[in-house]
Every structure is written in C-alpha cells, then in structure tokens.
Ligand binder design. Structure first.
Ligand SMILES: [Zn+2]
Length: 272
C-alpha cells in the first residue's frame, strides 16, 4: 500500500487490521479528484472522502487539500464504512422499478441522493466507533465537519417551495448526524441549524428523539432506524407536496444484505 500520511500512525493500522479480519481484499488509497473528474460523481470534489468496494479491492478516496491529520481521520472514517458493510449492516440500493418512473434529470441526481442517505444511516455506527477507537483528538476533524455543514444550511432560503422542501428533507436527515458529534461541535452546529432553518431543526430534533429510543448496535437495529428515517422523510415530502421529488426517496430501498455481501453490481456504489 502506498504511504498514506507522514507518519502512518497506529490508528490507520488498527482500522486496517479490523477490516483485514473481515475480508482479504486489499485497500487502495486514491485522490478524490479522480471521482470529481467523472461527470456523474463530480460533486465529490468538495467532499472529505469516499469509499467503494470493487470485485478485487476496497477503494478509499481522500481529499488531499486537507491537512494530513484530517486526512488520517477521514481514512479511519472511510474504512469504518467498509467494515460495517462487511459486518452486514443495511445498504441503500436504487429500486430500478420505481426509479424508471423518474424524469431523466431526477434519475441523474438519484445516485447523489443515495450516497447522501446511505452515509447518514451508516454514520449512526461510524461516528460513535470513530470516537471510541481512534487514537488521537478529533476536534479539528469535527471543526471541518461543522464548517462544511454550515455552508449547506444557506440553501434554506431558496425561493422555490418544492426545491426548498426537498433540501429541507436532506437537512433534517443530516441534522441527525449533528447529535452524534462531540459536544462542542454538536452545540455549535445545532445553534446554526436552529437559526437558519428553525422548522427543519425542530423536525430533526423530533426525529432524533424517535431514533434515540433504539440502541443501535446490531445490523437489525440500524435497519429499523433506517426505515423510521425513510418513512419520516417521505411523510414530510407528502405534507409539503414536493411531487415527483418525493419519488426519489421512495426509489431508495433499505436492503439487508447480510455479512460479506457479494460485490456490488455496475450501479454506482460510493459512500461518503
Ligand atoms: Zn461517512
């Protein structure tokens, strides 16, 4: 494996060893700009990282514009996504029957929404494990998360009601992640969220209370929570009459694939 960081620390070795217990596939580290150069995945250009499982290897993509310490935390994060996939936690797949009814421009955006939904679901396991297992302070990493999330909340003011509510659905979902951040960053981002979009903040808080009733340890726990989140999101879209955009959420199936699933099909299957 190419040298990742200077120095290549114990935390990276630990997370790689955990993955090696579950799969013999090698891990390949790449620059995230490789994904950004592909039109259908151009949006990854500003992401911190991403991952993908292919037939022969695990790919971890890192945003090289961040300091090495952040990159190392991102590497740990991305490998945890791969680990929980091997452990049989639920995956989000596109339901092609439902997706075929979408207009072409919405179908094009469905891959991005799938990545987004899958990440938020996974993060209920990934963030707590990161905080528990990593061998260094994560303050800088979560500061970067807060800064990135602040930017997305500016979209709360778009004038078109349908688009605004479609963004609100995503903000409510991402809002669930904020409750998983360490306390200083959690308080900071929740304050900004409440200020920029009080209605979405209230929905996210209510959904968090519902989700927090489940102690999420096993794949079945996360499956239950993912179903709750999906049904809440669809109901929000129905209440706010967002029309065909709500069909995009309906086209995202929560699948229980079991441990060490078969390699993904040709469907784009990145996570962030
Ligand atoms: Zn993630």
């Amino acid at each position: 494996m190419p040298k990742l960081f200077a120095p290549n620390t114990n935390s990276s070795e630990l997370v790689l060893a955990l993955l090696a217990n579950l799969s013999e596939k090698p891990v390949q580290v790449c620059d995230i700009q490789q994904l950004a150069a592909i039109p259908t995945t151009a949006y990854f250009g500003t992401y911190l990282g991403a991952n993908k499982e292919t037939q022969s290897s695990f790919m971890v993509y890192l945003n090289r514009s961040y300091p090495e310490k952040i990159q190392e935390a991102v590497f740990f994060h991305e490998v945890l996504h791969l680990i929980i996939k091997c452990e049989g936690f639920p995956q989000i797949k596109v339901n092609l029957n439902i997706a075929s009814a979408l207009k072409p421009n919405l179908l094009e955006s469905l891959g991005k929404l799938r990545v987004h939904f899958a990440s938020v679901i996974d993060h209920h396991i990934v963030f707590p494990r990161m905080l528990q297992l990593i061998g260094f302070d994560l303050s800088e990493y979560f500061d970067v998360q807060v800064n990135q999330k602040k930017l997305r909340l500016d979209r709360a003011r778009v004038p078109n009601h349908v688009i605004r509510n479609f963004y609100a659905q995503q903000d409510i979902l991402v809002g669930l992640e904020y409750f998983l951040y360490p306390e200083p960053q959690r308080n900071r981002i929740l304050e900004v969220f409440k200020d920029k979009n009080p209605a979405a903040h209230a929905c996210s808080t209510a959904l968090r209370e519902k989700v927090a009733q489940t102690t999420i340890k096993k794949p079945t726990d996360l499956f239950h929570v993912a179903e709750q989140i999906k049904s809440h999101t669809i109901k929000y879209g129905e209440k706010n009459a967002i029309g065909q955009l709500n069909l995009m959420w309906k086209a995202l199936d929560i699948q229980f694939v079991g441990a060490n699933p078969a390699p993904p099909s040709s469907m784009i299957n990145y996570l962030s």
